[in-house]
Write a new protein. Structure first.
Length: 98
């Protein structure tokens, strides 16, 4: 699996070149994005694609010194389970929970 990051979206692509899912992260302002939509296509569900995409995206944001607001519930849950990624959250914001 590889990841393609273009503009405000990361896409997971299989070794055969088939898109497996994507995460939308529109920019709120310079240096701050909103992880607001995560999609894994049905035939790839249950294979850890969502976690792999989140891991790649959060790593990318950290490397590029960006912060993220998490409005997608599964992103909130992922960061809650993996507290090392709380550093990507801006200031006093932790997670928006539903």
């Amino acid at each position: 699996m590889t990841f393609s990051i273009e503009r405000e979206q990361i896409t997971a692509v299989s070794s055969g070149g088939v898109p497996m899912g994507h995460i939308a992260f529109p920019r709120i302002r310079p240096g701050l994005v909103n992880i607001n939509r995560i999609t894994v296509f049905p035939r790839f569900r249950g294979q850890g694609i969502e976690d792999a995409m989140l891991e790649a995206l959060l790593s990318h944001l950290t490397d590029s010194h960006q912060k993220a607001v998490l409005t997608a519930p599964s992103a909130q849950q992922y960061v809650a389970r993996n507290p090392r990624w709380k550093t990507v959250l801006p200031g006093q914001i932790s997670c928006v929970t539903h």
